[in-house]
Design a protein around this ligand. Structure first.
Ligand SMILES: CCCCCCCC/C=C\CCCCCCCC(=O)SCCNC(=O)CCNC(=O)[C@H](O)C(C)(C)COP(=O)(O)OP(=O)(O)OC[C@H]1O[C@@H](n2cnc3c(N)ncnc32)[C@H](O)[C@@H]1OP(=O)(O)O
Length: 219
């Protein structure tokens, strides 16, 4: 059911990708600093000008789209541009997945102040995004492929940032093009903070190899 993980368009030189991942991490630090800074107006204006100049430098050579789904040099699937797991995407935490065919997917998470929604806790949409990805990953690990059809989230406790948490997901049932999957975000001691259930569907357009990105396992 899962399309072959053929590289449609390679990310390019590995040393350059390492440098890009370091830049992405630096930008995450910059974003955190923006959220927490308390410097004065003149300093804010000066920093804004410097950051604008850096943006211009990066855009002197621009890709048409983020880094692709591909098989890395270690033989493993990767998507360095992904919004949740992409090491080269500053928006990503990034989430690092630990996968087994038997137990599904697991990831250790540390949210940051940049993810704040209600005071001192993580935005519910951010938790939902993480769980959407966790559920989709478990679908892929089970050897199937799909996009989110429905995602139901139950927020049981506020999710803190700045503390280690654990996300898990596993397939509960599969039938035809449909895969039902569930997941949680919990404290390391096992207290469930957020629960998710989802229905993932293999798009009919993927069945004849006509996916949005040839060879990808997800949209
Ligand atoms: C150790 C092994 C290691 C393995 C390596 C692992 C690698 C891991 C890699 C990567 C993990 C990545 C994880 C990513 C996670 C992120 C996921 C997202 O965020 S996905 C973006 C958001 N979702 C969309 O954008 C969908 C948009 N919607 C669509 O594309 C279509 O509507 C779609 C595909 C959902 C359905 O379209 P149709 O044409 O294919 O299917 P039709 O024929 O309409 O429906 C088929 C059946 O499904 C039901 N259905 C359709 N849509 C439904 C819906 N939204 N909810 C419920 N049921 C729905 C229908 O009622 C029908 O059911 P009846 O067969 O009659 O029983």
């Amino acid at each position: 059911m899962m399309p072959d993980l053929v590289t449609p368009q390679e990310s390019g030189d590995e040393n350059r990708l390492t440098a890009l991942a370091l830049l992405a991490q630096q930008v995450r630090d910059l974003v955190d600093a923006v959220v927490l800074t308390d410097v004065g107006e003149e300093e804010l204006k000066a920093v804004t000008a410097e950051v604008g100049a850096l943006t211009d430098r990066l855009l002197t050579a621009r890709r048409p789209s983020p880094l692709p789904h591909e098989i890395g040099p270690d033989g493993r699937f990767r998507n360095l541009g992904n919004a949740v797991t992409g090491g080269c995407n500053p928006h990503a935490l990034p989430l690092v997945m630990d996968r087994t065919a038997e137990e599904g997917s697991r990831a250790e998470i540390a949210f940051r102040p940049v993810h704040e929604g209600p005071p001192a806790s993580v935005h519910g949409g951010v938790s939902a995004m993480i769980l959407d990805h966790m559920l989709g990953d478990a679908v892929a690990v089970s050897g199937r492929a799909g996009v989110t059809g429905t995602l139901t989230i139950k927020y049981r406790r506020p999710v803190p940032y700045g503390e280690p948490l654990v996300a898990r997901s596993a397939v509960s049932r599969a039938e035809g093009r449909k895969t039902w999957v569930q997941g949680t975000i919990a404290s390391p001691e096992g207290t469930t903070l957020v629960e998710a259930t989802g229905l993932f569907i293999t798009p009919s357009r993927w069945l004849n190899g006509d996916g949005p990105v040839e060879g990808s396992v997800n949209a």
